[in-house]
Write a protein of this length. Structure first.
Length: 291
């Protein structure tokens, strides 16, 4: 893509995503992802429902009655985008490719973040860490991120979510909110997920295409694995083949969602055939009600 086309595409995404973040997402984002940095404010008497861990034991011992520490929330925070740039990002049989969907999601989240004075950073991963962009504030930084998302060419095509999470956990020391954006067709990453979510606030956005989960009846067709380059001929006219394919996809997705739940990670799925507004808003509102 030449520079002129790239800038045109960046501008188009900026206009759309800034509009969405101004009109729809900014307030919801602020409610769903409040800053987690805490500054000590005062102590007050314990009330039913207060967390035990906030009890100030020294003051409690002095007055022979439980007192808790009160903290003021510091609004500013860091947002990290952990983006899967493996070969499967080029797949999409519906409205858009997974890469295009990921780019728009990152742009909307980024503009919502900078409206709240948050820093945004990005980690691109395939089966290795491809690129790390440290968190910064400002529109020009976000536009640079969008440019990279549109035009980035990874060295490798495989997927290793564990590798991306390991790097992220060691690179970002201060607690942040991180969006893990992938189709999650990867080797095991359960341990890395748990460790990352203990240290940070991790949110998983699973991107998928309908035809990764259900084969249409197209007769005998060649199916290419974008990550390995391997081509396999599949008889989609055979109903047993289609049923087995759908059952395997369902089992894979159930296992993945179970893994997110066990690790305490908020998640949603977004298809290439649909608008991401509803799934993202539902996720934000769900988080808001827990606060």
């Amino acid at each position: 893509m030449d520079t002129k086309d790239l800038l045109k595409k960046v501008r188009k995404i900026e206009i759309k995503s800034r509009g969405l973040s101004n009109q729809i997402f900014s307030g919801e984002y602020q409610s769903a992802f409040k800053g987690r940095g805490m500054a000590f404010s005062e102590v007050r008497e314990y009330q039913v429902g207060d967390e035990i861990r906030t009890i100030d034991w020294n003051v409690t011992a002095r007055f022979n009655h439980p007192y808790v520490k009160v903290f003021d929330e510091e609004r500013e925070m860091t947002v990290m985008l952990l983006v899967d740039v493996s070969g499967s990002k080029n797949f999409g049989t519906q409205v858009q490719l997974k890469q295009e969907l990921a780019t728009e999601l990152c742009a909307v989240i980024s503009f919502s973040a900078i409206q709240n004075n948050d820093k945004v950073g990005v980690l691109f991963f395939s089966d290795k860490v491809e690129k790390f962009i440290p968190p910064k504030k400002g529109r020009s930084h976000i536009l640079m991120i969008i440019r990279e998302l549109i035009d980035f060419k990874p060295e490798n095509k495989g997927t290793n979510v564990a590798e991306g999470l390991r790097y992220f956990t060691s690179a970002i020391k201060k607690r942040c909110t991180a969006f893990l954006i992938s189709d999650f067709m990867s080797g095991p990453f359960e341990n890395e997920l748990k460790i990352a979510n203990r240290k940070h606030d991790l949110v998983a956005l699973r991107l998928y295409d309908k035809h990764e989960e259900i084969f249409p009846n197209l007769g005998l067709i060649p199916v290419k694995d974008e990550e390995t380059g391997q081509i396999e001929w599949v008889n989609t006219a055979d109903s047993d083949v289609r049923i087995a394919f759908a059952a395997a996809a369902l089992e894979r997705n159930d296992k993945l969602e179970d893994q997110f739940r066990k690790s305490g990670v908020d998640f949603t799925k977004i298809g290439t055939h649909e608008s991401y507004i509803k799934p993202l808003m539902t996720l934000f509102k769900k988080r808001e009600t827990r606060r």
